[in-house]
Structure formats: structure tokens, C-alpha cells
Design a protein around this ligand. Structure first.
Ligand code: HBI
Length: 96
């Protein structure tokens, strides 16, 4: 059973993910990305989708032209879990 991070675990995790902000409802993290055009944005989303499927952990996201908004939370845990931190870290590597 995947558990929510406690306050201390959360603080440590977010310190390592300065590009991501805390989301209150649902309990999670989010980050915005801006690309030159839709095709670039969708290519990024495709790479994230393959990561997510491999991790069996999926984002809640939106896309408008070159912008992608990603929010990560763990439904099974009812909030932020290590799975979200791991996926955010992998997404950062894609966007680097
Ligand atoms: N993705 N964000 C998120 N949260 C989940 O709880 C989740 C998921 N993807 C797959 C999934 N759960 C289930 O398939 C596994 O927990 C079995």
C-alpha cells in the first residue's frame, strides 16, 4: 500500500524539486512548462506519457499550444507520495 508522505518527508522532497510547487487540493505538486509550439509541447507530453506508463503512475495535465501544466498526486494514497516525487524527478530530466 503506497502511503502519503508526512510533513518532514514532503519538505525534504520538495527541497529537491524547486521547480515544482505544492498543490493543496488535491494534495500534490505541479509544474508548468513552456515550449516553442504545440508540436514541441506534444512531443514532451509523449515522452512523459511513456515514462508514466512504465512507472504505472500517471499525471493530471493540460496543454494549450506550447504550454503544458502537470499535476502529480497519488490517488491510491489520497495525496502526495514517493511515486509523485520519483515521476517529477524523471520529468525534470526530460525537460532539462
Ligand atoms: N497514477 N497518479 C496516479 N495515482 C495512482 O494512484 C495510480 C496511478 N496510476 C496507476 C495506478 N494508480 C494503479 O494502476 C496502481 O496503483 C495499481
Amino acid at each position: 500500500m503506497i502511503e502519503k508522505l508526512n510533513d518532514e518527508e514532503r519538505a525534504v522532497a520538495l527541497a529537491g524539486l524547486p521547480e515544482w510547487g505544492g498543490v493543496a487540493e488535491p494534495d500534490g505538486i505541479s509544474r508548468s512548462f513552456s515550449f516553442g509550439n504545440f508540436v514541441e509541447a506534444f512531443g514532451f507530453m509523449t515522452k512523459v506519457a511513456l515514462l508514466a506508463e512504465k512507472a504505472d503512475h500517471h499525471p493530471e495535465w493540460s496543454n494549450v499550444y506550447g504550454r503544458v501544466e502537470i499535476m502529480l498526486t497519488t490517488h491510491d494514497a489520497g495525496g502526495l507520495s514517493q511515486r509523485d516525487i520519483d515521476l517529477a524527478t524523471a520529468i525534470n530530466a526530460l525537460a532539462a
